[in-house]
Write a protein that binds this ligand. Sequence first.
Ligand code: UN1
Length: 506
Amino acid sequence: MKTDFLKKLGLKKVNNGTSTGLKSTNSKVLFKSFSPVDGSYIGSASVTTKKEYDKTVKTAQKAFEKWRLMPAPARGEIVRQYGNELRTHKESLGKLVSYEMGKSLQEGYGEVQEMIDICDFAVGLSRQLYGLSMHSERPMHRMYEQWHPLGIVGIISAFNFPVAVWSWNAMIAMVCGDVCIWKPSEKTPLSAIACQNILQKVLKANNVPEGVSCIINGDATAGQYLTEDKRIPLVSATGSTRMGKAVAATVGARLGKSLLELGGNNAIIVTPKADMKLVLTGGVFGAVGTAGQRCTSTRRMIIHESIYDTVKKKLATAYKQIKIGNPLDPKMHMGPLIDRDAVENYLSALIKIREQGGNFLVSGGSIKNKKGGCYVKPAIAEVTPDMDIVQTETFAPILYLMKYKTLDQAIKIQNNVPQGLSSAIMTDSLKEAELFLSVAGSDCGIANVNIGTSGAEIGGAFGGEKETGGGRESGSDSWKAYMRRQTNTLNYSKTVPLAQGIKFDL
Ligand code: UN1
């Protein structure tokens, strides 16, 4: 495999994952990144020690003192330049993401495109961090609110979107005046260091302190440095529900803020009024795209009994066309899972499905003869909604099919899981669509009509309810999570009238 893209991204065989990513490291503890594509060793990153972490926080604190005083549109200018750099590096960064994480090349490029898009969004936002003004109940008083940056934002990101999800957080936080410390997944450290290398070049060229964007590397211990640290007012974490509960508990215990984007168990309801072409494209991409490793992946299809057999047949035929192999080959639809553990999880889910009475329409299983050892076949299982396995998120390409009789029943099935991220209905009926989107409809953070559950645009607020964690990132007014609101009352009269009509004369 030709890996000339590594050089273009300033990556060496051993990379310092601490602070700036540019300096050489003294750390003796390294962790290696292997590609799930062919099992090759790509490079190593150094594990951040506690001492290095503390140094990083100090660098970030110092940077914050300067960064917060820069006008927001001037901060936007830095983000604009970063967006341009990403345009230049789209090909090499997209390839690295695909090679290190295993998603298809198109999706690797797509991820970098999301980064570019969020930069554009953040640039515009840098002139729109609006606060309201209110009418005071007292004469000659003015009341308004302003938004100030929080300080250091800790960002813990997952392997499945090794670069885009960081940028949703970091680019917004940066225009808000915050500085960031990023703890990327230990499964994809090089993609993170590449982003950091590119950003550091922009910061340096503009004479902006390097601590505006820092990176630390390691396993859960490095994440814990952030969650336990009182100097980090906000920790934004993406990953499993199990991880999110630990983050929320630790950050909550010190009354810090957390922004959580956790597991999903996303369903598509297919009604008799559905356009079958949309069902197939939206459903199959949702289930097998990124090898089922998106938090928005389609895990369940809830199909009306009158069309159940037709949909089933069409899905089985569509799955026969799916090409599995090296994700850097544009002809492939699906690459490998991230690592051997993920393959084992997938295989044990298949066993549980059978044990609990599920019936395989497409049997799945691992593919042994491919290099790297992480390739699996996508599976489809017919189940009933009450089975335990249907309540759990297995981060793999397994699609569950179930039947419904009435739309109310379908909505109940869709909502009756612990997670609440994304959902969709396929229908040409306005009434069905509106009911699904109404208060009596989907309980998820994302509810779509005639598109699948995955592939959200950056312009909307991204996130979900229940065990998904309740956070909202990226577009709309998600920026408010990265700032503190200050209510100001200003008296320009010569007296001090008290609110609520209280008299207090001296
Ligand atoms: C994730 O899987 O954590 O909506 C994020 C989507 C992507 C983001 C997924 N834009 O599928």
